[in-house]
Design a protein around this ligand. Structure first.
Ligand code: IMO
Ligand code: MG
Length: 423
């Protein structure tokens, strides 16, 4: 069984926890898009891990983790992650981790450019500053550097020289900044290449071969549907396809081989960074949920914006994502509320939008249409069976299911591995 896990909102839906649970029963776990902008949290007892580039299942023994060709790999960030785990007693061997030979590499100038472009824009995106956008841009403009290039010093030298020739002019003329010296970057990246070489291979061949041998594969999505470069709230998005199409192009595994698509959905909504957010709370309510849900970015530490559950968004994500099942995450965060609202449509200039609109003005000014239900006002963290949830909580879950049109299979009621209800 080959499963895909994606986020259905603006990221931070709790994919890390869900993947950690599901990976118990699979053999191979594949990241296929995004980069170190992701922050997937896994909590095991007292230990708290945040993964950026490594698949979240790296903690499970006997599993193979793959960083696919669609990921942009920052070697510095990756090695820091590997070394960090080793310090905590988790060894990451080349048998356990495979990096695609054709994955693109994040360079120092990408990180700097990410920040400079943000400063210059009138409407900032609020990126994570990890160089993700500029790296994907180089991939598409065909001047990117791939893992395979790092392994061949002659090719790397010539590609780096080409890049610096152009980019240093750009840094000087557009931003009035000093460029980058070749020698420093060359030496630094040759050092990374030496360390990463044992992990690098053709991962498309590896994963397809594993599928042929009847192994099961879990594809770990990063970010969420509305950060998708095509379907998201453009330009306030990330630079990859976070929706299910990204699996095929980012791993080399054909859509015909995917058996099930599970979407992680937060029981409310959050967003980090700039951009429209129709159901955003007022500041008092936001502070309450932020504190209760510990809504601070796992990558940048930024406070997350919070709001009510928006079924207009998730229903659209379900259509373009072909979801088979939903996992409702962080339901317990709503435990104390007297009343809970769900957004069923947007209203703007006398028009009602039941489907996700694409006009920036509508996103920014539309008034959400809410349905309000009584809260359950009791803790749910100890519940392990659906029928033992308070009736109001079940009513909320069932209404979400009806509005989105996809069965809800998992309900998370805490951050620990076992704090989950399977329906
Ligand atoms: P996980 O996988 C939440 C957001 C940034 C910004 C926009 C573009 O943990 O869900 P980028 O650095 O990607 O160019 O920033 O996307 N963003 C995320 N928000 N969770 C993430 O990943 C995110 N990755 C990027 O805040 O608004
Ligand atoms: Mg995140």
């Amino acid at each position: 069984m080959n499963i895909v896990v994606v986020g259905a909102q603006w990221g931070d839906e709790g994919k890390g926890k869900l993947i950690d649970i599901l990976s118990k029963d699979v053999d191979v776990i594949v990241r296929y898009q995004g980069g170190s902008n992701a922050g997937h949290t896994v909590i095991v007892g007292k230990e708290h891990y945040v993964f950026h580039l490594l698949p979240s299942a790296i903690l499970r023994k006997g599993k193979v983790c793959v960083i696919g060709n669609g990921v942009v790999v920052d070697p510095k960030a990756l090695l820091e992650e590997i070394d960090g785990l080793e310090k905590r007693g988790v060894r990451v061997t080349p048998l356990q981790l495979k990096i695609a030979v054709n994955a693109h590499v994040v360079m120092p100038y990408h990180r700097v450019l990410d920040g400079l472009r943000e400063k210059m824009r009138e409407h900032r995106i609020g990126t994570t500053g990890r160089g993700i956008g500029p790296c994907y841009a180089d991939k598409v403009t065909r001047c990117g550097i791939r893992m395979v290039d790092l392994l061949n010093p002659r090719v790397f030298r010539s590609k780096l020289q080409d890049n610096l020739r152009e980019k240093n002019e750009y840094f000087k003329k557009v931003f009035g900044q000093k460029g980058f010296a070749f020698d420093g970057i060359y030496r630094e990246y040759m050092g990374y290449a030496r360390r990463l070489k044992p992990y690098v291979s053709d991962t498309a061949l590896y994963v397809n071969g594993a599928i042929d041998r009847k192994k099961s594969v879990l594809f770990e999505g990063a970010q969420g549907a509305f950060l998708d470069i095509d379907f998201g709230t453009y330009p306030f998005v990330t630079s990859s396809n976070t929706t299910v199409g990204g699996v095929a192009s980012g791993s080399g595994v054909a859509p015909t081989k995917l058996d099930k698509i599970i979407a992680a959905v937060k029981a409310y909504t959050t967003r980090v960074g700039e951009g429209p957010f129709p159901t955003e709370f007022d500041s008092k309510m936001e502070e309450l949920i932020r504190a209760k849900g510990r809504e601070f970015g796992a990558t940048t530490g930024r406070a997350r914006r919070c709001g009510w559950f928006d079924s207009v968004l998730v229903r659209y994500a379900a259509i373009v994502g072909g979801f088979d099942e939903l996992a409702i995450m962080k339901l317990d965060v709503l435990d104390e509320l007297k009343e809970i609202s769900l957004c069923t449509a947007y209203k703007y200039k006398g028009k009602t939008f039941r489907d996700f609109p694409h006009d920036y003005e509508v996103w920014c000014h539309a008034k959400p249409v809410y349905e309000t239900m009584p809260g359950w006002q009791q803790p749910t963290g100890k519940v392990r069976e659906y029928r033992k949830l308070p009736p109001q909580a079940r009513k909320y879950i069932e209404r979400m299911q009806e509005l989105v049109g996809v069965p809800i299979k998992y309900i998370s009621i805490g951050s620990e591995r076992d704090e989950i209800i399977v329906r």
